[in-house]
Design a protein around this ligand. Structure first.
Ligand SMILES: [Zn+2]
Length: 134
């Protein structure tokens, strides 16, 4: 008879799954906005919740933009085809690659895309940046 270790033995950062019941309309809305942001519904929900409770702070450089889009009063992330220029950068904040959702640590190399229309920007990881040059 083996007993499970008490919960306190588990690492605090271990991901938990929260099941929640939402109206069909909200689910459709979440899917649509996640798609516009080019991220998964899970990532969108995590970001919005973290932002709402101040848990992420400046963890995600684009969290303000994500929150705006999630609330419906902002435009979606720029269309990758609408990027006027890409510039290699060193991140001053943690960010999330807008193409592959990779977490990018502050101080690491990445690239920023400036949209041709509108004040929108896009942050991508180095592998995705290398892909844009092909
Ligand atoms: Zn990427």
């Amino acid at each position: 008879m083996s007993r499970k270790p008490p919960p306190s033995d588990e690492p605090e950062h271990k991901d938990r799954v929260i099941h929640t019941r939402v109206p069909e309309s909200l689910e459709a809305e979440l899917r649509e906005r996640a798609e516009r942001l080019g991220m998964s519904v899970s990532n969108l929900v995590r970001n919005v919740l973290g932002h709402a409770f101040g848990l992420v702070g400046d963890v995600v450089a684009d969290s303000q933009a994500i929150a705006r889009v999630a609330k419906g009063d902002g435009k979606a992330a720029p269309d990758p085809e609408d990027i006027l220029a890409w510039q290699a950068i060193v991140l001053g904040k943690n960010a999330v690659c807008s193409r592959c959702n990779a977490l990018l640590a502050k101080g690491s190399a990445a690239a920023i895309g400036i949209a041709e229309t509108g004040p929108y920007k896009s942050i991508i990881c180095t592998p995705c940046f290398e892909g844009t040059k092909l």
